[in-house]
Structure formats: structure tokens, C-alpha cells
Design a protein around this ligand. Structure first.
Ligand SMILES: Cc1cc2nc3c(=O)[nH]c(=O)nc-3n(C[C@H](O)[C@H](O)[C@H](O)COP(=O)(O)O)c2cc1C
Length: 188
């Protein structure tokens, strides 16, 4: 089983990064092969609406997405992890998600069959405040991203009230919950 983790924070060893590492460690403990993509370290241009993908399912832009498309379609499990920035995902991970419009085009415009049998995904998010709707917008985005790439949204870990770099280590349960999420995801 291949588990792909997409790390959306620009802060290496920050809260999201630490949570995702734990989740991937949990998956690994169940025998999964894991890979982590750090969106901020990759060259991923935002979608420019060239609309070439609507014609043949391929994006007109040549950058690191060339290697990421097959990974998105090949992974058995996908974990998106992001801090909340202005009630949404970070622009780094949103750029990757928007560029999956090429996969959307293959599926919904060109009616190609994409691998989706049994593929599952989870969302990990952390935000500083505790507002009731803190994660709502991001959950919708991740659900629609997963639907596009043929992955079922099955699990989430949403941590409010964590702000400073590494503060997640002081949280009573978050890191062990992330480990457990990774284990669960690799078992189902
Ligand atoms: C540009 C920016 C926007 C943010 N917007 C929000 C927000 O809308 N709501 C919130 O609760 N926290 C917000 N935060 C705080 C981060 O979500 C919080 O610091 C988080 O712990 C960062 O996680 P990281 O260490 O993984 O990057 C924002 C932080 C930044 C830098």
C-alpha cells in the first residue's frame, strides 16, 4: 500500500509537518510505503486557465506537477495536511489542488476511466483560533479534490487553538491522534 502525504505548510517542522510525519509513521507501522510531498519546496505554478486540459487532459504548464499527477492517481491513500490560512488551505497546497483540474477534465469532460477502486484519503488541519467554522471551507475543498482524483474522504484530524511553531507538541492528544489516523488509514 502506498500512502502519499501532501504537506501544505511553508513551516518545516511546524505543526502541520509534525502531525503529518506522525500520521505517515503510523501508516508505515502497518507496512505501508509512504511518500511526503512538501508543496512549498516544489515548483507548482497556480492554474492559469489555459484550458488545454479540457482538450486532452494534460496541463499546458511544465513544472513539478508533471511528476505529481501520476502520484495522485497511483497512491492507495492520500493525506492532505495544511494549516488554516484565512479560513482556507495554504496557497501552496491550493495551487496543487487547482492544478488537478487536468484530472477533473480527464474524468468529467473527456470521460476517461480513472483509478478509484477503494482509494481513500484523510485531511489533517491546524489553526490558531477556535471559531466554529474554522475548518469548514478547507474540508469542502479537500473533499472536492479527493472526489476529483477518485479518493474517498474517510478521516480527518482538525486541531484548533495551536499557533506557534511546534506548539502542537504541547497538545495533549494531537500527535498520538495523528499516529492513530495513519495507522487506521493503512488498515482499512
Ligand atoms: C497567512 C496566515 C493566515 C492565517 N489565517 C488563520 C485563520 O484564518 N484562522 C486561524 O485560526 N489561524 C490562522 N493562521 C494561523 C495558523 O493556522 C497557525 O499558526 C498554525 O498553527 C500554523 O501551522 P504550521 O506550523 O503548520 O504552519 C494564519 C497564519 C498565517 C501565517
Amino acid at each position: 500500500m502506498k500512502v502519499l502525504g501532501i504537506m501544505g505548510s511553508p513551516r518545516i517542522k511546524g505543526n502541520t509537518d509534525l502531525l503529518l510525519d506522525e500520521a505517515l509513521r503510523g501508516a508505515q507501522s502497518q507496512g505501508a510505503e509512504v511518500e511526503k510531498l512538501v508543496a512549498d519546496k516544489l515548483n507548482i505554478a497556480p492554474c492559469r486557465e489555459y484550458s488545454r486540459c479540457l482538450k486532452d487532459g494534460n496541463c499546458a504548464i511544465r513544472d513539478d506537477m508533471d511528476d505529481i499527477y501520476p502520484k495522485l492517481l497511483d497512491a492507495d491513500r492520500v493525506i492532505v495536511a495544511s494549516p488554516i490560512f484565512f479560513y482556507g488551505l495554504t496557497s501552496q497546497v491550493k495551487a496543487l489542488i487547482d492544478r488537478s483540474q487536468a484530472i477533473w477534465a480527464r474524468k468529467y469532460v473527456l470521460k476517461q476511466n480513472l483509478p478509484d477502486s477503494g482509494r481513500k484519503g484523510a485531511f489533517i488541519a491546524v489553526g490558531a483560533t477556535r471559531g466554529e467554522k474554522l475548518f469548514d471551507g478547507s474540508i469542502l475543498t479537500v473533499k472536492y479534490f479527493f472526489k476529483t482524483i477518485g479518493v474517498k474522504y474517510v478521516d480527518e484530524l482538525l486541531i484548533p487553538g495551536v499557533d506557534k511553531k511546534g506548539e502542537i507538541k504541547e497538545h495533549p492528544t494531537a500527535l498520538s491522534d495523528a499516529l492513530e489516523l495513519g495507522r487506521r488509514l493503512a488498515q482499512i
